[in-house]
Every structure is written in structure tokens, then in C-alpha cells.
Design a protein around this ligand. Structure first.
Ligand code: SAM
Length: 296
């Protein structure tokens, strides 16, 4: 008996175009690659989140491309049209306002549909804020977890952070800088005041700032300096220690009880030994329980 062969994508026809996924600079135009410029100069159609922003990237040219706006509000309708354009043999490039399309930016549906129709998809890689921040953070980068934007509402944001508290991979978040102080404050409370983190703000731009410290220290620094609340930022947070605390161990309760009996440094040493968390994080937790009432 012959086995049925796996379903193959529908044949779009020999003359179908290519969907180019083109990364653009985060702020510094010198990061615009030669290949990215070339592809955008040659394609007939460019789909962009905000066509006015992306137009500025290209010099005026004789045969102007057709610009198509593609954003979350018109995605379903525009994707159908773009797929028909591609299937008819026209190349299309997708760009976002800055960085790599689809990374917390529109385009997923278009790429998904292109694959379903058997249309060639090809990336033109380049800047991405998350990867730029990770590369400069000096935190473990062998395993990382991109979490995009946290929910804007405080309660939901804290819930999301709680769900990530024991994740051992380095965590990456996109944060509008105006929200940095609140996000860092919540992260310090939930992930640990001394958990190591890096803020990468305005990367590749004039006021680029990269600062590494414990979460609580970063929260105080940003809250005290309005300049740090301007522009765009990536928050990179070290993962939780690999060796998980024994199941059911309430580390905050233990920290509080130890802090009531021992000087902070000794309390932190014992807490680190029992829970497996790094000493600095244990110290932060012990410090943060000051003022909590104990079980006595
Ligand atoms: N697709 C983009 C990429 O590849 O990085 C990300 C788009 S997302 C809508 C915008 C977020 O990316 C900003 O809120 C900020 O968190 C981050 N971002 C973009 N440019 C940045 C920069 N120059 N410095 C730091 N973060 C930046």
C-alpha cells in the first residue's frame, strides 16, 4: 500500500512574485543595509505600517512604487489584495516604521497567507530593537524569551510578570519609555528587587542610554530622571535561577522570618542556600520584607 504523500502548498503558478520582509533602521540611517535599499528601490509595491514614515527612507525615483498601508485595522482586507498581487507575479516588500516587520509589528497574516499560497517569502534582515538590546546587555543570551509589550493596565501587567517569575531564560520586553518607571517598579516587586536587568533606551540614536543594575535600582533611577522617560526602550531581565526553589517553598515568607532573626547579610545567605536564588536577589528580597509583620 502506498502512503498518501503530505499535502503540498497550492501552486501559485510559475510567475508568482516574491514577498520581501525588509528590516529598516531603528533611528540611525547608516544601519540601512545596501540590500534593503536595493530591494525597496526595485519592487513595484511596498506595504508599510505608516506609508508617510517609510517613504522618507527612499530617495525619489522615476518609477515610484505603489505604497500600500498595512496595519492592524485593515489587515484582513489588504492582505487579500496583496496576495493576489503576488500571485499575479509582482514583487512586494513589507516594511514597518522601524526595525524588523512582524516583531511586535504587523505582517504575520500576510506571511502566513503567502506560505499557504506557495508564494516565495524572503527576509532582508537588519535592525531589531530586542536583539540590539540583548547584544549589548551582558546578560545570558544562550536562551532568551521575547515577551513583546506587557499589558498597559497595572493589574494585568503584574499578573503577566507573576507568570514569568520563575522563567529561567533571559526576558525581553518592549516598553515605551513613559511607562518605564511603572514597569520597573512592578518588575522589582514581582521578579526580585536585585534581579539583574538592563534598560536600553533610544538605541542607535543620539541619546542612546544603556544601563545595567538591579531592578529596584533601575526603577529609582528612571523615576528620578524625566529624561529616562522619553523615547523608546527595551527592558532585558536576567532569568530566574536554574535551580528552582523546592516546590511549595514560600520564599517571601522565609525571607521575612529570617530577616526577623538574623542580620540582613546572614539572612540572605541562608535564603540563597535554601531557595537556590542568587545571593544578590536573596538580599533584595530580605530587604524588601522590612516592615512586613512576622508570624509572631
Ligand atoms: N519591529 C520593531 C523591532 O524590530 O524592534 C519593534 C516595533 S515595536 C512597535 C516598537 C517598540 O520597539 C518600542 O516601543 C520600543 O520598545 C522598541 N524600540 C524601537 N526602537 C527602539 C530604539 N531605538 N531603542 C529602544 N527600543 C526601541
Amino acid at each position: 500500500m502506498t502512503r498518501p504523500s503530505p499535502p503540498s502548498p497550492p501552486d501559485p503558478g510559475p510567475a508568482s512574485g516574491t514577498l520581501w520582509i525588509v528590516a529598516t533602521p531603528l533611528g540611525n540611517l547608516d544601519d540601512f543595509s545596501t540590500r534593503a535599499r536595493q530591494v525597496l528601490a526595485e519592487v513595484e509595491v511596498i506595504a508599510a505600517e505608516d506609508t508617510r514614515t517609510s517613504r522618507k527612507l527612499l530617495p525619489p525615483r522615476n518609477a515610484a512604487p505603489r505604497w500600500v498601508a498595512l496595519h492592524e485595522h485593515n489587515e484582513t482586507r489588504v492582505v487579500d489584495r496583496l496576495i493576489e498581487t503576488l500571485a499575479a507575479g509582482t514583487d512586494v516588500a513589507l516594511v514597518s516604521d522601524a526595525g524588523t516587520p512582524l516583531i511586535s509589528d504587523p505582517g504575520y497574516r500576510l506571511v502566513d497567507r503567502a506560505h499557504e499560497r506557495g508564494i516565495r517569502v524572503s527576509p532582508v534582515p537588519g535592525p531589531c530593537a530586542a536583539i540590539a538590546a540583548l547584544s549589548a546587555a551582558g546578560l545570558p543570551s544562550d536562551r532568551f524569551r521575547f515577551e513583546g509589550f506587557l499589558p498597559a493596565r497595572g493589574g494585568q501587567r503584574r499578573k503577566r510578570l507573576q507568570a514569568l517569575a520563575s522563567a529561567t531564560a533571559t526576558l525581553l520586553f518592549y516598553v515605551p519609555a513613559r511607562d518605564l518607571a511603572d514597569v520597573l517598579g512592578d518588575a522589582a516587586d514581582i521578579l526580585g528587587r536585585a534581579r539583574r536587568a538592563v534598560v536600553g533606551r533610544e538605541l542607535t540614536k543620539r541619546f542612546e542610554t544603556i544601563r545595567r543594575a538591579g531592578l529596584a535600582e533601575l526603577a529609582d533611577w528612571v523615576a528620578g530622571d524625566p529624561d529616562q522617560q522619553r523615547g523608546e526602550a527595551v527592558l532585558v531581565v536576567a532569568g530566574a535561577p536554574e535551580q528552582a526553589a523546592p516546590a511549595g517553598l514560600d520564599t517571601r515568607l522565609l525571607a521575612r522570618e529570617l530577616a526577623a532573626e538574623l542580620p540582613p547579610a546572614r539572612a540572605a545567605r541562608v535564603l540563597a542556600r535554601v531557595s537556590g536564588m542568587p545571593r544578590r536577589e536573596a538580599f533584595g528580597l530580605v530587604e524588601s520584607t522590612r516592615g512586613d509583620s512576622t508570624g509572631d
